[in-house]
Ligand binder design. Structure first.
Ligand SMILES: O=P(O)(O)OC[C@H]1O[C@H](OP(=O)(O)OP(=O)(O)O)[C@H](O)[C@@H]1O
Ligand SMILES: Nc1ncnc2[nH]cnc12
Length: 182
């Protein structure tokens, strides 16, 4: 286990590891799914995660992009605390206006993510937020979507990173913070 450099909360990483729940064979046989929902229920731990991220990012970003589904929840709270707007990055076919789309591979299949073409403006600095970094396909696709709109990815914030899946390799050139890497 390793913790995010720059964090001011010395026990946050270990508390996140303890707060996550392992679900074997979800959504397919052989995958151990890292379930973030118990952390949402624990308001103290959830608030510490938000405070840690906000302390790193305050004043550095113009908007937060949260990835469906759990990135919506934690990302919206972070956007609120930073006092900036929130952009949903959604699974295919859910956004009503004109979109950019990118398809990608996951640990358990393939998927397509979309962003509204007018969601972020040229030159805006975007903070991308999600719960888990696994293979990195989801985040790489999201960065491509943000850049398709003419904005730039200022930083990426995750709660938990599965180091063995080497997702960071797909995110070369981006600033990536995970509260904890296991
Ligand atoms: O690094 P990757 O291998 O791309 O995986 C990471 C993504 O996988 C999980 O979501 P999932 O795609 O299962 O979708 P969900 O939020 O709809 O459950 C997780 O919340 C991340 O978004
Ligand atoms: N093992 C895992 N746990 C949670 N989300 C994931 N996304 C891809 N693999 C995952």
């Amino acid at each position: 286990m390793s913790k995010t450099p720059g964090t001011t909360d010395p026990t946050l990483a270990q508390d996140v590891v303890a707060g996550m729940r392992d679900i074997p064979d979800f959504p397919i046989h052989g995958v151990v799914f890292k379930d973030f929902t118990p952390i949402l229920l624990d308001h103290e731990l959830r608030d510490r995660i938000v405070a840690d991220t906000v302390a790193r990012q305050r004043g550095r970003v113009d908007v937060v992009a949260g990835i469906e589904a759990r990135g919506f929840i934690i990302g919206a709270v972070i956007a609120h605390e930073l006092g900036v707007g929130f952009v949903p990055v959604r699974k295919e076919g859910k956004l009503p206006s004109a979109v950019h789309s990118v398809s990608y591979a996951l640990e358990y299949g393939t998927a397509t993510l979309e962003i509204h073409q007018d969601a972020v403006s040229n030159g805006e600095r975007v903070l991308v937020v999600d719960d888990v970094l696994a293979t990195g396909g989801t985040l790489a696709a999201t960065c491509e979507l943000v850049e398709s709109c003419g904005a730039s990815v200022a930083s990426i914030e995750l709660v938990l990173e599965i180091g063995a899946l080497e997702g960071r390799a797909k995110l070369a050139g981006y600033e990536v913070h995970s509260v904890v890497t296991i």
